[in-house]
Design a binder for this molecule. Sequence first.
Ligand code: 5GP
Ligand code: ZN
Length: 113
Amino acid sequence: MDCIFCKIVEGSVPSKKVYENEHVLAFHDIQPSAPVHILIIPKKHIPTMNDVEAGDWGLIGEVHRAAQEIARQEGVAESGYRLINNCGSDSGQVVFHIHYHLLAGTKLGPLNA
Ligand code: 5GP
Ligand code: ZN
């Protein structure tokens, strides 16, 4: 399957990993839009939020749990951070393997900027 994030999970495409467990991986965004910009993904290939099935919600919860831990690890839990999922065309989603952006390290601008 031609999915860049699956290739990162497999290790055939390199990434700067910040967190990994059996089901979840997190790594630095290649084109950061904040001082801290980390992508958090389930290792399972789920294209978008629309494709999350009944049995996947625990996995999505694990992604959120990872975000909480990564925020602490990166030292931004107290200063604050933003967790964003883009879903589909209008959101600007370009990689169709579900992921959350963790943005932090500065005062973030308005959501729709
Ligand atoms: P989206 O718009 O789909 O929510 O965001 C996809 C993100 O993935 C973008 O911020 C983009 O910079 C990042 N990205 C795309 N390809 C790669 C890659 O090969 N490695 C890493 N680390 N990030 C990537
Ligand atoms: Zn994938």
